[in-house]
Every structure is written in C-alpha cells, then in structure tokens.
Write a protein that binds this ligand. Structure first.
Ligand SMILES: *Cc1c(COP(=O)(O)O)cnc(C)c1O
Length: 386
C-alpha cells in the first residue's frame, strides 16, 4: 500500500519536542501546567446547551441537514452580521454554514487553487492556510510579519512570478498567535491589492468577539468594495465556548460562497441541524455571556502580563484574542526559552517559531487555563525565573 505524496508534504508537528519533554516530566510525577492550548476552558453557556437538548428531541432534525445550512441558521447569521457590524448579506446566496471555520478555511483552496498555484499567507499564523494549499499540490508564499508593523502582514514585496500564479490571500485579525488587530487602512490596502491582482481575500475572523478594554473587532466586510473580493470565516467556537460543537459560517462574495458550497456538497452533508438550532440561539440571545467571557480573559491577560513583567519580559498589551504574545528574554531562542520554562517552572508556553519563521524570538501564552491553575503557573514563573 502506498500513501499519496501529499502526506509526506504535510509539515512535521512542530511542538513534538515539548510534548516529549512534558510526557517525561509527567512520568516522574511532576505537575505540568499548560498555557499552550487555544481552547476555552469554560463550558458552553447554559441557554445554548438547553437549546441543543430541545433541538435533539425534534425528529425533523434527525434527517440529512440542508447542505448549505438551514434557512433559519443562514438567516440568523445574516441578522447577526447586520446587528454586530452593519454588514448586509443575502442569507440565500452570501451565507454558508460551516462545520467549524477550520473546515471552510481548509476547503476554500479546493474551490480556488490549481496544482502549482500559490496562496499568500502570513508568515506567522494558523497552519491551515498553507496546509490546505499543500493538499492541493499548490505552494504557499509567506508574507513577512514584524512587530514594527504591528504584525500586519506585508503585501508590498511579493515576487511578480509568484503574484502571477497567486489565487488567495489569507489574513486573520484579531490575530492568532500575535493578538494583533488590523486597522481600517490595512484592510483597505489588502482589498485594493486583491482587486488589482485578481485574488480572493479570505479573512479568518475567529476572534471577532474577544476584545478587551472596550475594543470591538470589525468585519472586513464593513470596508467599501470588500464584497467584490472577500469571503469572511466566522466561528462560534471561541465566541461562545463551542469549540467541540463544530459550527461557523462563511459570508461575503457570492461567487466565493457558492464555489465553497459546491465543494462542500461533494464532501460533506452539512452540520447536524440541531447544532445549527442551538447556534441560532447563541447568535440571537443576549450577548452578556460574551461580555462576561471577555472580562474573564482580560483579567487573566493582566495576570499574565504582570508575571511576564516580573521576569523582565515586556510586551504589547493585546486588545483582543485569547493569547499573549511576548518576546522571549535576550540570548535565548523561542524553543530554548520554552524548554527552560518547562524544565524550571513546569509550565508550557508555546515557542513562536512553531507558527512560522517570523515567530522566532517570541512565545505565545494562552488565557484558556482555569484561574487557579493560571495563578499557580504565574507564581511558578515569577519564583523560578524572576
Ligand atoms: C480556532 C481557530 C480557528 C478555527 O475555529 P473552528 O471554528 O473551531 O474551526 C480558525 N482560525 C483561527 C486563527 C483559530 O485560532
């Protein structure tokens, strides 16, 4: 039996080294605290769970779902876009239910990328942007990202032969892992760039709802002309503590939404309608649960920033996401510092180099650890490294 070349081309798992070390420590009975995982620790709000329980009991939901998502769910998604961002979208033609936004991000390549083509992706970022290209026998050109530019991926330096074969530009702000947010001017620049070069702009807005100090992230579709070139991927995962439920939606340019829909028609049979019913309740009920969660993450963010300060690490205070992105102390690589924190404080932080070459010299700390464990991790870091 011979597997496809694709499998050999998938990148190796970059955090394998840390996992090995963690396993060895835990085998010795050491209590390791992970600040490495980007998965909310709080349960899904009870009103959403209750809606799901009721929806599961509805026999109409036991049959094959609508491929594109139920009309009710797409209408709710469009209504939420309107209330939240003032963006109009036709539920029939410009909205598509996703089985989590990762699914949409991974499949958009199939609709737009031919073998040998290029996608443009930030040099620090969500691995699926480039992974999806690899699975299409296509290439990824990484756009430089630097602290000096506020981690806004640079568009001005793509070689012309790459640009000629490029099909998609991926962006995602608020950004995982840097916590950076985009300016309206940057979105406008990206939209103009995609219009000029005939690219689809895929905007990954997984963290739109997690903002701090009054910051509320925009949709790229708020920008003039955006719908001519943009599809935006939304996720209920981080917004409503629903990572396990697998529900999101794509919205924007009709051609892109329909093309992705065609691919999905051939690959999956849609998300369980009961999950969509529960997601409607999440989108249409009071958003107090979202504000409460932001307050919780903001408090945790401040605890982490304080601990980092105590060990001499300064960083930009993130306005959004569930991550703190910080420079590692002078003289150590990301991987060396992560190893030191693990060995000496028994705490896992993620080396920035794992997200791409421009992440070297940085680390990502996730705010999704329960308060008591986070406090303990912060205490250990201060005591052993301070
Ligand atoms: C978590 C995450 C997603 C995927 O979310 P799902 O809707 O759960 O698939 C997409 N993009 C980024 C940057 C993420 O961090």
């Amino acid at each position: 039996m011979k597997t496809a070349r694709n499998l050999d081309n998938m990148p190796p798992y970059l955090f394998a080294q840390i996992d090995k070390k963690r396993a060895a420590l835990e085998a010795q009975g050491v209590d390791v605290i992970s600040l490495g995982i980007g998965d909310p620790d709080m349960p899904t709000p009870p009103h959403i769970v209750d809606a799901m329980v009721a929806a599961v009991r509805n026999p109409a939901n036991h049959q094959y779902p609508d491929y594109a998502g139920s009309k009710a769910y797409r209408t709710a998604a469009a209504g939420w876009m309107q209330r939240r961002f003032g963006v109009e979208a036709c539920p029939e033609r410009e909205v598509l239910a996703l089985i989590g936004s990762k699914e949409g991000i991974a499949h958009i390549h199939t609709a737009f990328v031919n073998p040998g083509d290029y996608v443009l992706a930030p040099s620090i970022g969500y691995p699926v942007y480039s992974g999806g290209a690899t699975l299409m026998h296509a290439h990824t050109h990484f756009l430089p990202m630097r602290a000096d530019d506020g981690w806004l991926a640079r568009l001005d330096d793509v070689p012309s032969d790459v640009l000629a074969r490029a099909r998609i530009l991926f962006l995602g702000y608020p950004n995982n892992p840097t916590g950076a947010v985009a300016t309206p001017a940057y979105f406008d620049e990206a939209i103009a760039y995609c219009r000029k070069h005939g690219l689809l702009l895929v905007h990954d807005n997984a963290y739109s709802e997690i903002g701090f100090d009054g910051y509320r992230a925009p949709s790229i579709l708020e920008r003039p002309g955006a719908k001519e070139v943009c599809i935006e991927m939304f996720s209920l995962s981080k917004s409503y503590n629903m990572t396990g439920w697998r529900i999101g939606f794509a919205v924007g340019n009709e051609t892109a939404v329909q093309a992705l829909g065609t691919i999905k028609n051939n690959l999956d049979s849609g998300q369980f309608t009961a999950v969509q019913d529960a997601a409607i309740v999440a989108l249409e009920s009071s958003q107090q649960c979202v504000s409460d969660m932001c307050a919780l993450y903001q408090r945790r963010r401040d605890l982490v920033l304080e601990a980092l300060k105590a060990i001499g690490v300064d960083c930009v205070i993130p306005k959004a996401t569930i991550y703190v992105w910080a420079r590692v102390p002078e003289g150590l690589t990301s991987a060396e510092f992560a190893e030191k924190v693990l060995t000496e404080a028994h705490v896992i932080v993620t080396p920035g180099s794992g997200y791409g070459p421009d992440g070297e010299g940085f680390m990502r700390i996730s705010l999704t650890t329960p308060d008591d464990r986070l406090l303990e991790a912060v205490r250990r870091i201060k005591e052993t490294l301070g």
